[in-house]
Design a protein around this ligand. Structure first.
Ligand SMILES: *[C@@H]1O[C@H](CO)[C@@H](O)[C@H](O)[C@H]1NC(C)=O
Length: 197
């Protein structure tokens, strides 16, 4: 009898112990899977502060430069920057895409002889370079081939147009500005990605 009582008591002791200590441990949610963690970090690195695009001075310089160049660009059939750059590109890779396009425009266009032809090119190049350096940790997610394919296509088109390809790229700096703002900042601006004639 005594032994049965002892057994019952120690058994209920274990039940209490299990409920208090083991259950909470089991219920604690496991860490999020590695992939999700990496994805959210990469996404976070692909963000720019809205303030970058709200500085009237550099905004004006960029738009003015674009306007000056587009006056001498008679070709309206070709566009370097447009929705086609996002074909097969996932939403979360758009900012990365814009970062790569900015790098191309700065290196292959703004810092070439174009800077002697138009005013403000160096200022605008500097501003754009500051955006890419803020995006230095921004990496693509998933497959790379569509990104590279679209970038190659843009470079090919620019090269094919020769000197006018560079003028066109400068004439589209306002689009580059807007697309980057929309792709890399939260709460996209309404009426962005406007069409240009
Ligand atoms: C830039 O600023 C100048 C003078 O402040 C103004 O006349 C011009 O319209 C502005 N250009 C653009 C594209 O905002």
């Amino acid at each position: 009898m005594t032994s049965l009582q002892t057994w019952t008591r120690s058994f209920s002791g274990w039940v209490v112990f299990c409920c208090c200590c083991c259950l909470p441990l089991l219920l604690t949610s496991p860490l999020p899977p590695k992939g999700a963690e990496v994805a959210s970090t990469a996404h976070h690195a692909c963000r720019l502060r809205k303030i970058n695009f709200q500085q009237p001075y550099i905004r004006n310089r960029t738009y003015t430069l674009a306007k000056m160049a587009s006056v001498s660009d008679q070709d309206t059939d070709n566009r370097l920057i447009g929705q086609h750059i996002y074909v097969n590109i996932k939403e979360n890779n758009r900012c990365y895409m814009m970062k790569r396009i900015i790098e191309i425009v700065v290196k292959d266009v703004l810092l070439t002889e174009a800077k002697d032809r138009y005013p403000y090119t160096e200022e605008v190049a500097q501003f754009l370079a500051s955006l890419t350096s803020e995006l230095s940790r921004c990496k693509f997610l998933g497959h790379r081939e569509h990104i590279e394919k679209n970038l190659e296509e843009m470079k090919r088109k620019m090269k094919q147009l020769g000197e006018n390809g560079k003028i066109k790229a400068i004439g589209e700096l306002d689009l580059l500005f807007d697309y980057t703002e929309n792709a890399c900042t939260d709460a996209p601006r309404k009426g962005g990605n406007k069409k240009k004639n």
